[in-house]
Design a binder for this molecule. Structure first.
Ligand SMILES: Cc1cc2nc3c(=O)[nH]c(=O)nc-3n(C[C@H](O)[C@H](O)[C@H](O)COP(=O)(O)O)c2cc1C
Length: 185
């Protein structure tokens, strides 16, 4: 069986993003079970319907890169109890034109981390709602990660056993679901 291709979308454009670190650690938990592609979102212009007649090259690259995958892993910060604008912008580009919505019909898992106690819980609820509206098959469950400076070591491994085991189970569920739904009919 071909390996599942997973688009990893980090909702941060910050160089030292803790969410990117978490995303990389989660990809490591998947081992060689997947082909993971990190899809950049920070080069996209702000969505504007006027640009639809001739979509900018960065937008075309983005939608093609996303569509080439069988499942999505979103790892995002929470900004003011929602998702960062850079992530919403990328989702908006991918959702149009409606008949080419790249998010539809594929499994999406959501997680995220912040130094705060509730670890992006409210932002993730917004993301879950947006992706649901767009027809993604958003995996149930919750993974809110409160970030501490030593949570991920220099090798990119999660140092806290309980968090590592929890996220391993989350990834295993995600990949099992996505692999099932990606079976050729
Ligand atoms: C504009 C802005 C809004 C923020 N709002 C929240 C918030 O609502 N909840 C939260 O837990 N952290 C919030 N934070 C702090 C972020 O969790 C923190 O900056 C985190 O490092 C961002 O993730 P990143 O490192 O992956 O970019 C906010 C930060 C910024 C810059």
């Amino acid at each position: 069986m071909n390996k599942l291709k997973v688009a990893v979308i980090v909702g941060s454009n910050r160089r030292e993003s803790i969410n990117r670190k978490l995303a990389e650690a989660m990809v490591r938990l998947a081992g060689n079970r997947i082909e993971a592609r990190f899809i950049p979102i920070d080069d996209l212009p702000m969505y504007n319907l006027d640009l639809e007649a001739d979509r900018p090259a960065a937008v075309r690259r983005f939608t093609e890169a996303v569509a080439a995958n069988g499942a999505f892993l979103f790892v995002t910060p929470e900004f003011n109890r929602s998702i960062p604008a850079v992530l919403k912008n990328a989702i908006d580009w991918g959702s149009k034109p409606m008949d080419q919505n790249v998010w539809k019909g594929k499994v999406a898992a959501i997680t995220g981390t912040s130094p705060g106690a509730i670890g992006t819980a409210v932002g993730q609820q917004h993301l879950r709602q947006i992706l649901g509206v767009l027809g993604s098959l958003v995996m149930g469950g919750e993974a809110y990660i409160s970030f501490k400076p030593d949570l991920i070591d220099g090798n990119g491994d999660i140092t806290v056993a309980a968090t590592r085991d929890f996220l391993q189970a989350y990834m295993d569920n995600f990949l099992s679901l996505a692999e099932k739904l990606n079976q050729p009919s």
